[in-house]
Write a new protein. Structure first.
Length: 158
């Protein structure tokens, strides 16, 4: 357990070894707090929780490993909130949801030879929406909608 840094505190607790768990908890940053908790090892899960950013909080929770899912939740940005939730792995699904500035939402489900779905809402005075479903030897559909002074709709499926 160590406490030190540039006028800040840092605490680290590690329990690890070959094929064993490792735990790290740190508090420190440029006038901000950062907390990280990780559990990881060979073929084991890893969990990370961090809070820190430019005057904005950021939270990340990840669970990953060989053939294990990964989950990330982050809230942070330049005076904005960013939320991302991803679940992915080797041959597993991945989902991402983000919000910030011009709101943007992305939801993707994909993997090796799997389908990929993306939905995004955001832009500079526009609202593009994209939905794609595709994969090897599969049909791919994509549609977009945006408006700049006038409505413009475009959709293609191939």
């Amino acid at each position: 357990i160590s406490v030190g840094g540039a006028g800040e505190e840092r605490i680290e607790i590690s329990v690890g070894g070959a094929g064993e768990d490792q735990i790290e908890i740190s508090v420190g940053g440029v006038g901000e707090e950062q907390i990280e908790i990780s559990f990881g090892g060979a073929g084991e899960e890893q969990i990370e929780i961090s809070v820190g950013g430019a005057g904005v909080d950021r939270i990340e929770i990840s669970v990953r490993g060989a053939g294990v899912d990964r989950i990330e939740i982050s809230v942070g940005g330049v005076g904005e909130e960013w939320i991302k939730i991803s679940i992915g792995g080797v041959g597993a699904e991945r989902i991402e949801i983000s919000e910030g500035g011009a709101e943007r939402i992305e939801i993707s489900v994909g993997g090796a030879g799997e389908e990929l779905i993306e939905i995004s809402v955001g832009g500079v005075g526009e609202e593009p929406i994209e939905i794609s479903v595709g994969g090897p030897d599969r049909d791919q559909c994509r549609g977009s909608r945006r408006g700049a002074d006038r409505d413009q709709c475009r959709g293609s499926c191939r």
